[in-house]
Design a protein around this ligand. Structure first.
Ligand code: ZN
Length: 155
């Protein structure tokens, strides 16, 4: 754990205390870019599958034009401490930022692990995309591309 890793945990902890005050928002995440910028987000709980805090933090970083993400951590509300990313977030992180570091473990023994250590024998999405000719689409608002992400296949 570097000082910047501890600071990232503190940032997520502060957001969890300040913003996670209802069942709608129960986890805060903080991400640090390779150039040291920090972005935070909270989960948006909803029975339809609202996004986890990690995904919201990734979106916040992309919104601000952040580059490659280096480290991420999630902290639960009500003093639950650092939470490991769920399976969906592990896959999202792997596909967007395969070299990202993740802070995990109990508060008195936090450690940083490469994401790949949390996702052995992983499914590599880009290895399974059929290359089809691009079809021009009109009337579709262009979505910003998150740095490090891959162009989505046509749906
Ligand atoms: Zn998740």
């Amino acid at each position: 754990m570097r000082d910047t890793d501890r600071a990232l945990v503190q940032a997520a902890t502060a957001v969890a205390k300040l913003r996670c005050r209802s069942d709608n928002h129960t986890v805060a995440a903080a991400v640090r870019t390779t150039d040291g910028r920090v972005f935070t987000g909270v989960n948006v709980y909803h029975f339809t599958g609202g996004p986890c805090a990690e995904v919201v933090a990734i979106g916040a970083a992309a919104t601000q034009g952040a580059g490659e993400l280096e480290t991420i951590v999630a902290v639960g509300d009500r003093g639950r401490g650092v939470l490991s990313p769920c399976g969906r977030c592990r896959q999202v992180l792997f596909d967007y930022f395969p070299s990202i570091r993740v802070i995990v473990g109990p508060m008195d023994a936090l450690r940083v692990v490469p994401l790949a250590d949390l996702l052995p024998e992983t499914y590599v999405w880009s290895d399974h995309q059929v290359q089809v000719p691009a079809v021009p689409r009109t009337g579709v608002w262009p979505m910003p591309v998150v740095p490090g992400s891959r162009q989505a296949a046509e749906d």
